[in-house]
Design a binder for this molecule. Structure first.
Ligand SMILES: O=C(O)[C@@H](O)C(=O)CO
Ligand SMILES: [Mg+2]
Length: 257
C-alpha cells in the first residue's frame, strides 16, 4: 500500500511552517518531509511532529550557501570539513526527530564538483551515519530546475552508490526529475528499485499535483505496490491552488480533506 508523506517545504504554504504539521495530519498524512529544519530548534520540531502523530520521513543536510547558489557540499573539493560538520548538524536533528534517512545534496559543477571528492565524502559520511542508524540518499536532479547540479542521472547515481559501497546509502528517486531527465519511468523504477531508499513525486512538467500533467501516477503506484515497495512517497509538489483543494488525487491512498 502506497504511503504518502507531505512535503512541508512545498505543501500547506497557506500557514506558517510550524503549523503545517497539524494541517498535514488532519488530512490523513502519517509522515512529513521537508528540505531543511535548521531555522527551528530540534525540540520545537519534535514537539510539533509528536503532537500531530507524524513520522519524519526525510530532510536534507545543510546545503552550504543556498542564497549564493550552493546546492550541497558533498562533491566540492576543499569543503570536506564543512561537509562533515553539516552531517553532524543533520544527525543531531535526525536523532531528535527520529528520522531514519537524510538526503545529501551533491553540489554544483560550476563550483568544482568532482566524483572523487563526492565518493570519498559519501563513504566517510555513510560510515558516520551508520553509527546513529541513519541511511543516506542521493538524488539526481534535472538540469532545467538546477542547471549544473552535479548529480544529473540515475546511471551516475548508481555508479556513485556502487563506488561508495556502504550498506546505508541509496537512491532518492524523484519521479518528477526522472521524467524530465530520462523518462521511461516504469522501466527505470523497476530496474532501480533495489537501490531506492526514498521516492518523491509531482506532476510534470509544472511540478503541481500528481494528477495534473503528463504522468499517470496511479499506474506507477500499482507498479510500486506490485514490486513490494514499502518506503515513503514524498509529495514534493507546489500546489496549483490551495493545498487542500488539490488533494483529491490522494483519496485512494488514505489522504483526504
Ligand atoms: O527535488 C528536490 O528539489 C528536492 O528533493 C531536494 O532535496 C533539492 O532541492
Ligand atoms: Mg526531490
Amino acid at each position: 500500500m502506497v504511503k504518502l508523506a507531505a512535503n512541508l517545504s512545498m505543501m500547506f504554504n497557506e500557514v506558517p511552517f510550524l503549523d503545517r504539521f497539524a494541517e498535514a495530519a488532519a488530512c490523513g498524512f502519517k509522515a512529513v518531509e521537508y528540505l531543511f529544519p535548521y531555522d527551528f530548534a530540534p525540540d520545537e520540531l519534535a514537539e510539533k511532529l509528536n503532537a500531530a502523530g507524524l513520522q519524519q520521513a526525510l530532510f536534507n543536510l545543510p546545503p552550504g550557501d543556498w542564497e549564493n547558489g550552493e546546492r550541497g557540499l558533498s562533491s566540492l573539493p576543499g569543503r570536506e570539513d564543512e561537509f562533515m560538520e553539516s552531517l553532524e548538524k543533520a544527525l543531531t536533528y535526525a536523532k531528535a526527530l527520529k528520522c531514519p534517512r537524510l538526503h545529501v545534496m551533491a553540489g554544483m559543477r560550476q563550483h568544482g564538483a568532482n566524483t572523487e571528492t563526492y565518493v570519498a565524502n559519501l563513504k566517510k559520511a555513510a560510515k558516520r551515519a551508520a553509527l546513529d542508524g541513519v541511511n543516506l540518499c542521493i538524488e539526481p536532479i534535472n538540469q532545467r530546475d538546477i542547471p549544473g547540479f552535479f548529480l544529473a542521472t540515475t546511471g551516475q547515481a548508481v555508479d556513485v552508490i556502487e563506488a561508495v559501497d556502504e550498506p546505508n546509502i541509496g537512491l532518492q528517486l524523484d519521479l518528477y526529475h526522472l521524467q524530465i531527465s530520462e523518462g521511461d519511468l516504469a522501466m527505470r523504477t523497476r530496474a532501480l528499485l533495489d537501490r531506492v531508499e526514498h521516492i518523491q513525486i509531482a506532476g510534470n512538467p509544472d511540478r503541481h499535483e500528481p494528477d495534473i500533467g503528463e504522468v499517470y501516477y496511479p499506474f506507477l503506484f500499482d507498479l510500486l505496490d506490485g514490486l513490494g515497495y514499502q518506503g515513503w512517497i514524498g509529495c514534493e509538489y507546489r500546489p496549483k491552488g490551495e493545498t487542500k483543494a488539490g488533494l483529491s488525487w490522494a483519496a485512494d491512498y488514505g489522504v483526504s480533506v
